[in-house]
Design a protein around this ligand. Structure first.
Ligand code: CMP
Length: 139
């Protein structure tokens, strides 16, 4: 994946709470172009693999259970400086620390159930995008 792209998921909590439309509006209004998108659900094994980097963290089991409990929206987004700009748009991991107007401030309920994912580097954006999408699904 090229450097002006990032990967996101609208997590099960935000889907359950009816925030898909609101979050997609924030994303496109901020100038991100959706170049891939699907409504899907992670299996336990998918979530374990996606979050393998957090395997030793105390919240790993809770995270895997949460991320596989219901549908998500996965997407690849394009914009200049995509990774950094998207992390600014979503706000801090803990919604209590997220800035006003950010997606997590608006829609997240806790540090664990925090509404959206955003890749933390160009390298991880490429890995995470490839985890969810075949080449012919990316435009
Ligand atoms: P995200 O940054 O998208 O990917 C890692 C996730 O781990 C993070 O969002 C949170 O959902 C979760 N997470 C991080 N820290 C904690 C924590 N202290 N307790 C529970 N979940 C956490």
């Amino acid at each position: 994946m090229i450097a002006n792209r990032t990967f996101t998921m609208i997590k099960p909590d935000a889907v359950e709470n009816g925030h898909i439309g609101g979050i997609l509006d924030k994303i496109t209004s901020a100038g991100f172009k959706i170049v891939a998108m699907k409504y899907t659900q992670l299996s336990t094994r998918d979530a374990e693999e996606f979050y393998a980097v957090h395997k030793e963290r105390p919240f790993y089991g809770e995270l895997v259970e949460f991320m596989s409990r219901g549908p998500i929206v996965a997407a690849i987004l394009e914009k200049d400086n995509a990774v950094e700009d998207f992390r600014a748009l979503i706000g801090a991991t803990n919604p209590a620390e997220a800035a006003e107007g950010t997606i997590r401030k608006l829609y997240a309920t806790s540090i664990g159930e925090n509404a959206v994912h955003g890749s933390d580097s160009d390298e991880n954006a490429a890995i995470e995008g490839a985890f969810h999408f075949a080449g012919r699904e990316v435009f």
